[in-house]
Design a protein around this ligand. Sequence first.
Ligand SMILES: C[S@@+](CC[C@H](N)C(=O)[O-])C[C@H]1O[C@@H](n2cnc3c(N)ncnc32)[C@H](O)[C@@H]1O
Length: 241
Amino acid sequence: MPVTDIYDEQYVASLFDRMSSTYGVANYLTSFGFTERWRKRCVAMINWRAENICCYDLMSGMGEIWVSVMAASPQSTKIIGIDISTEMNARAMDQIIDNPDRKLSILTANALDSDIPDGVADVIVSSFGLKTFSDPQLKILAAEVARILRPGGQFSFIEISKPPNPVLRTLLMFYLKYIVPLIGYFFMKDATSYRMLGVYTVSYGNSEGFCTYLREAGLTTTYVSDFFGCATGARGHKPKV
Ligand SMILES: C[S@@+](CC[C@H](N)C(=O)[O-])C[C@H]1O[C@@H](n2cnc3c(N)ncnc32)[C@H](O)[C@@H]1O
């Protein structure tokens, strides 16, 4: 039997295509509001004071972070979501329709290999899109962040992570491995897809490795940790030359 490469881009895209009809509800039910808090925290890491900011949301899903970006930034801010899943993007369209007074758009693309021009982004944000990348892919992503950002541009990433405290880690892993798939099964009849979120989180660990890759790519980077390391990420900027 062939071994499935869980980091294959097409595998990941079809996983999220399948989950798209239930991801929003499942995310809300299973996170007890933590994911929303962490998205807000991710957005709060950025200085949004300028006008006409060009903000890329990588691995944008259904545009879940856009509400927080819109609340924090001037109306002139342009938000461009990038996601590989056509079904997630179709659902992000609802947000575009619901916010005609804001400049929102989506690009169906692989964030590791996109046509986004060099140096166009004032800001890059990303919530919960790191775990489905392997270590080599995270390195490529870091280089892409450095390429897309303009000098002086800011970035902020957040991801669910394995906390260092063994008790908390055991509880969180039990929850991700068994409870989330159970909720996935009862509410969405899809335990298998939701079980994968736990598999990816275990393998991701935390954002230290990604921070190293961002620094290697020339970005000024600070490691971010919330709720005893249950969410970690990276924030920083591209130095002006
Ligand atoms: C867990 S969801 C996160 C969605 C959203 N950002 C949030 O806050 O909930 C991860 C998203 O990353 C997307 N994704 C995974 N690999 C990708 C890639 N190589 N390029 C672009 N999007 C990708 C998936 O399609 C999915 O919509």
